[in-house]
Design a protein around this ligand. Sequence first.
Ligand code: SAH
Length: 398
Amino acid sequence: MTRVYLKKGRDASLRRFHPWVFSGAVARVDGSPAEGDVVFVYSAEGEPLAAGHWQVGSIAVRVLSFAGDPLLPTFWEEALSAALNARKACGLWKSKKTNCFRLVHGEGDGLPGLIIDWYDGVAVMQAHSVGMFRAKAKICEALQKVFGKELKAVYDKSSGTAPFKAGLELVDGFIWQAPRYKPGPQTVLENGHRFLVDFTEGQKTGFFLDQRENRALVERYAAGKNVLNLFCYTGGFSVYALAGGATHVDSVDSSAKAISLVGKNMELNGFAPESHGEICADAIEYLGRECEDGRYDLIIVDPPAFAKHRGALQNALRAYQRLNAAAISKVAPGGLVFTFSCSQVVDKEAFALAVFSAAAQTGRSVRILDRMCQPCDHAVNIYHPEGEYLKGLLLYVE
Ligand code: SAH
């Protein structure tokens, strides 16, 4: 058992259940843990505080438990059951309308470094830490115990997320399959709409589950509107817009692979080819060059994270301002703009300020009709407010 002792007075954040121990707070380590080993953290006075995965880098330990022992054989089963119970509480389990959700959202579920998305029985996992990558087999076993016959397969997609410097053998693939499971195109149901999820080739785990509720909001506002869905990925918002009665939807994304799935998702939901257009293009260029003023009544702006770390913050804010100014200036009078940021380092105040500056730049009259955030399966651990990352504004442009 490796013990990690903190410097005197550096235990306050752990006592407030913040799940990280920074390397600067560590006084000494009894033993020589390998990256990803479970270590036990003690105050300078020798009081046990937490246990977690040992890491190389500025965060030395990511906490798995404040009171329990992550090495106990029941640990993973209990942790995954707790995660499932939280999804049951928000009505996502065995829902007739939605059979895909995030099952484990890292720190939000007390499991830093682990993401598991559930696609109608197929669990797609991404380890963001060596500890979680090394725990893969145990996590897979626990998934089988917790989900029983509901589990069809477990797919590991950590090659793009696990620390590449750690020398792990990162090969994506199924780590477990039920005897009757046949790998192939996976479709899911979200709020009654059908989507193809390409978890092997697609971005992240295959689908952006975090926009489920915001897509439903677009559906509510879409009737009779000509809609532009920028950064559409596989057309999530587009399907909802047509379901809500939009007259036409154009979907724009710079990824040809993503765009190739938009038409299939439209077809899956029974929408006629003439009701939608798919455009593989840079979103800013499309707004600037191809899109005449007032053509669209409702524009969705959901770009990838512009700032992946603090150092990129100022540039990101400028990029959000530029993009939103373009969208606000182009939307028809009386039109709507659904604008989002998923950069964790851009907080909601900073984002609102960027959008405010964008509006001012256009000189148009803009009202905020609603504020959006991440859904209940991407919950924020109250002791780890850094977990809040998705925010959005619904603008009405006169
Ligand atoms: N709204 C989507 C998720 C968007 S993720 C959904 O609901 O599923 C961000 C998307 O932006 C990705 O699909 C990525 O391919 C695309 N993208 C990144 N840079 C882009 C650019 N410059 N122009 C257009 N699309 C871009």
